[in-house]
Design a binder for this molecule. Structure first.
Ligand code: PAF
Length: 307
């Protein structure tokens, strides 16, 4: 069984895909005054609508669940990851595998600190989905998803194969789901994409595609260079021109989208800035690397968040 914490766009997308294939799953959402809704509405990539009766509550299931086999997939935003897990701590066994899927980086260290015996898997996805209303989700774009063990010096062992089993249901229900031993690189690549796109689109309240205008391009190029220098100091191997190209490809591919941070600012919600620019700035300070652009965007988002 897969238990998904977080009823946002990505959590609901995985829930719908698992349901579509008849795979046992359970949704855990944050406490609310209303009883948890038991219907999920899903529009697939072809525009076909589906409705599923789901298992949904405000806490993880412990009875009926073989904890050795059950996986916890955490799909809340980076600032809520630790508290969402701590709220469920008494229902989490040390044998359970915890998968973290969110934008930004830095949560896995915090989670490992509080759940030292659990295996932690970091994940990043390029699937896009839109939450039309609570538990009503549309799959808007496909892209690869990568999963790997959180532990920088991790070597492939027999445990790895056991952990890989937790990925099988996800691989069976969604295209392009991969296990990688280079999860750090995959997460950093997403981090760079988010650092280039999210704060600028949030500050100026523009779509991703509008970043193609020359005044934004002139900021994105040196910003990617800042992040590239930090990655280099962290011994994460990237090619600068490839990185610039990847960022520009994502901007083009998601031209019509409002980034997640754009929406967070628009709706007055907390953003993931601490786990994107905040994380990169901390790493840069450890290596004495100047980050004028990352820091300026960080400050501007903090001002908007506090409004
Ligand atoms: O956070 C987001 O919105 C997405 O990760 C991305 C790739 C920037 C597309 O909008």
């Amino acid at each position: 069984m897969i238990q998904i914490i977080g009823a946002g766009a990505i959590g609901c997308l995985w829930l719908a895909k698992l349901h579509q294939s008849g795979y046992p799953c359970h949704l855990v959402s944050r406490p609310s005054a209303k009883p948890p809704q038991q219907q999920l509405y899903f529009t697939d990539l072809q525009g076909q609508q589906h409705q599923f009766a789901i298992s949904h509550s405000q806490q993880l299931l412990t009875s009926k669940v073989d904890v050795q086999q059950s996986t916890i997939l955490v799909c809340v935003k980076a600032p809520q990851v630790l508290s969402a897990l701590l709220n469920q701590q008494q229902h989490i066994s040390p044998h359970q595998v915890i998968i973290l899927m969110h934008n930004g980086y830095g949560c896995a260290e915090e989670v490992k600190h509080h759940f030292p015996e659990n295996s932690i898997i970091c994940a990043t996805t390029a699937n896009a989905s839109l939450l039309n209303s609570p538990l009503n989700v549309t799959h808007t774009g496909i892209g690869p998803s990568y999963f790997g063990v959180f532990q920088s010096t991790y070597k492939l062992t027999i445990i790895d194969n056991n952990l890989k089993k937790h990925l099988e249901p996800l691989q069976n229900v969604m295209a392009d789901v991969y296990w990688t031993e280079k999860i750090l690189e995959k997460c950093w690549l997403k981090l760079i994409i988010n650092a280039a796109i999210n704060p600028l689109t949030a500050i100026h309240q523009i779509t991703n595609g509008q970043l193609q205008a020359s005044q934004y391009k002139a900021l994105i190029q040196p910003l990617v260079l800042e992040v590239f220098s930090i990655a280099e100091a962290e011994q994460i191997d990237f090619e600068l021109t490839e990185l610039q190209q990847t960022v520009s490809n994502v901007i083009k591919a998601t031209a019509g989208n409002y980034s997640s941070m754009n929406r967070d600012i628009f709706y007055g919600r907390e953003t993931e800035i601490e786990y994107i620019n905040g994380y990169l700035i901390k790493k840069a300070q450890q290596h004495n690397i100047a980050t004028p652009i990352l820091s300026d965007l960080y400050q501007q988002i903090k001002v908007l968040e506090n409004r």
